[in-house]
Design a protein around this ligand. Structure first.
Ligand SMILES: Nc1ncnc2c1ncn2[C@@H]1O[C@H](COP(=O)(O)OP(=O)(O)OP(=O)(O)O)[C@@H](O)[C@H]1O
Ligand SMILES: [Mg+2]
Length: 214
C-alpha cells in the first residue's frame, strides 16, 4: 500500500443531541464506502452496515471479504469489557486496511491519559493502511489527545462544559467565544444545528448550520 496515502481523520465533537450523529450519517451517505467498519455501541447505524455481535464473527466477515467489499458494524454486547472489545476492533481495522472506520463515542473507551495502543496506531499510522477515520465524542476534554491532535477535519457542535469548549477552541485554533456561541435549537417545526468546521487540509474554517424538519 502506498506510503503517499494522506491521513484522513474526521472528528465530530459535541454534547448529547448536538448533531454528531446527523453529520456522520450525512457523511456516510456522501462517502458510500465500499469497505466500512463501524464501532457502534448504541446500535444506531443499521442503514449502512450489517450488525455483528461477536468478535469472531467480525474477524470472519473480513476474512471472507479479503480485499473486496465489506460493510459491517460491531455492536458490543455484555460478554467483553468495552475497552477490550474496542482494542480488538481497532486492531482489526488496522490490519484490514482500505477502510472507512467509524468510532462512535470515544469517551466510553479512551480517557485524556489512556487509550488502547491499537487506537493510537489507527490514528498515527492509519494513512499507511488507507484508513479513513470518523470519530465522535461528547467530552473532548476527557478523550485521548492523539485523536484531536491528528484530526485533519473537525466539526464542533454545542458543548455544555467550559473545559470542553476550551479544549475545542484550542483544537480548532479559534477564540473560545466562537465555541461558546454554538447551539442546537429545537422548535416545534425545526431543529437547527450550529457548528464550526475546520478542514486543515483544504484550509477552510467556517461556522454553518443544518436545519432539519421535526
Ligand atoms: N432524522 C432526523 N430528523 C430530524 N431531526 C433529527 C433526526 N435525527 C436526529 N435529529 C435531531 O437532531 C439533533 C441532533 O441529533 P444527533 O443524533 O446528531 O445527536 P448526537 O450529537 O449524535 O448525540 P449523542 O451523543 O447523544 O448520540 C437532535 O435534536 C435530534 O433530535
Ligand atoms: Mg450520536
Amino acid at each position: 500500500m502506498s506510503v503517499l496515502n494522506r491521513p484522513r481523520i474526521e472528528a465530530y465533537i459535541g454534547a448529547s443531541g448536538s448533531g454528531k450523529g446527523v453529520s456522520v450519517n450525512a457523511r456516510l451517505r456522501e462517502l458510500t464506502p465500499r469497505r466500512l467498519l463501524i464501532w457502534d455501541p448504541r446500535n444506531e447505524y443499521d442503514a449502512y452496515a450489517r450488525a455483528v455481535h461477536s468478535l469472531p464473527e467480525l474477524v470472519k466477515a473480513f476474512q471472507k471479504a479479503g480485499a473486496g467489499g465489506v460493510r459491517v458494524r460491531y455492536v458490543p454486547g455484555a460478554a467483553l469489557k468495552l475497552d477490550d472489545a474496542f482494542d480488538v476492533v481497532c486492531k482489526l481495522a488496522f490490519n484490514a486496511g482500505e477502510l472507512v472506520f467509524v468510532a462512535e463515542e470515544l469517551s466510553d473507551v479512551t480517557t485524556a491519559s489512556r487509550a488502547p495502543a491499537s487506537w493510537r496506531q489507527v490514528i498515527t499510522q492509519g494513512r499507511h493502511r488507507a484508513l479513513h477515520v470518523l470519530g465522535c465524542a461528547q467530552r473532548p476534554a476527557l478523550i485521548d489527545k492523539t485523536f484531536l491532535g491528528n484530526a485533519t477535519y473537525i466539526r464542533c457542535f454545542t458543548l455544555r462544559y467550559d473545559d470542553d469548549r476550551r479544549a475545542m477552541a484550542k483544537a480548532l485554533d479559534v477564540p473560545q467565544a466562537q465555541v461558546d456561541a454554538l447551539e442546537t435549537v429545537e422548535t416545534e417545526k425545526h431543529t437547527t444545528i450550529r457548528y464550526i468546521e475546520r478542514d486543515f487540509r483544504a484550509k477552510v474554517l467556517r461556522t454553518a448550520q443544518i436545519r432539519l424538519a421535526r
